[in-house]
Design a protein around this ligand. Structure first.
Ligand code: 1GP
Length: 240
């Protein structure tokens, strides 16, 4: 159980972290070996696995296969309780605190307990904040919640700080997979300035320049999925 402590010690050393998100719904399991080889040769530090609409059992099979090809920590980023599997190393136990749907604030978590009792995943309580990003994204549809407007910086920073005060261990600013606009530097800066726990930023980041801007603004860990799904040559730009 050292994922969270690993993240914290990297931040202490001012190392920046990168998670590659693999969505079992959009990924062919046959491609795992070659895709993971590219991840292993890159600056990526974590692999996240999850999606909004994944077939039952698809996550477990994929995580098993990923683990055959890498020593990087594999962390579940689940859209649903059915995606929880003991094959992974950790679980982002996400509470969708930008929204007001009780199912995604606490309901799904209660449902997850019987599964979590049976395994030894590192469970990391994470405040998940959806930020409006130019189009309706899957999380918004599936969870039936509204994202916070990019202009409501106070609301965003207060939400992030409330997560910390509630004892959550990470805050995740999410523009949504395939977002038109990533979370702005201004928002990242403002949240980072008041937060004492690690800050994750993801959604709509498609270039090395955007990745670096997110780091400079204060993201401790950046998550990228779609850009690699669409163009694996992007890995060439982020080699070790
Ligand atoms: C989505 O933050 C992640 O949940 C990554 O988004 O697929 O747009 O990189 P992208």
């Amino acid at each position: 159980k050292n994922i969270l402590s690993g993240i914290k010690s990297s931040i202490f050393k001012e190392d920046k972290l990168l998670a590659i998100l693999i969505d079992p719904d959009k990924f062919l399991i046959e491609n795992t070996a070659s895709f993971i080889a590219k991840i292993n040769a890159s600056i990526a530090t974590h692999i996240f696995v999850g999606g909004s609409t994944v077939e039952v059992d698809a996550t477990e099979a994929l995580v098993k296969e990923i683990k055959n090809h890498t020593t990087l920590p594999v962390i579940l980023f689940p859209g649903d309780v059915t995606q929880i599997t003991n094959e992974a190393d950790g679980l982002l136990f996400l509470s969708l605190i930008s929204g007001r749907n009780p199912e995604y604030l606490i309901g799904k978590h209660i449902e997850a307990v019987s599964k979590l009792k049976k395994n030894n995943l590192e469970v990391i309580p994470t405040g998940y904040i959806l930020i409006e990003s130019g189009k309706i994204i899957a999380v918004q549809r599936v969870t039936n919640t509204q994202p916070i407007s990019q202009n409501s910086i106070n609301q965003i920073t207060n939400t992030a700080k409330a997560a910390e005060l509630l004892g959550m261990q990470l805050v995740y600013l999410e523009a949504g997979s395939g977002a038109k606009y990533a979370v702005s530097e201004e928002i990242i800066k403002a949240v980072k300035a008041i937060l004492n726990i690690p800050l994750i930023v993801g959604g709509g980041i498609r270039s090395k320049k955007q990745l670096e801007s997110a780091y400079i603004a204060g993201a401790d860990l950046v998550v990228i999925g779609t850009a690699f799904e669409e163009d694996e040559t992007f890995f060439n730009q982020i080699k070790k």
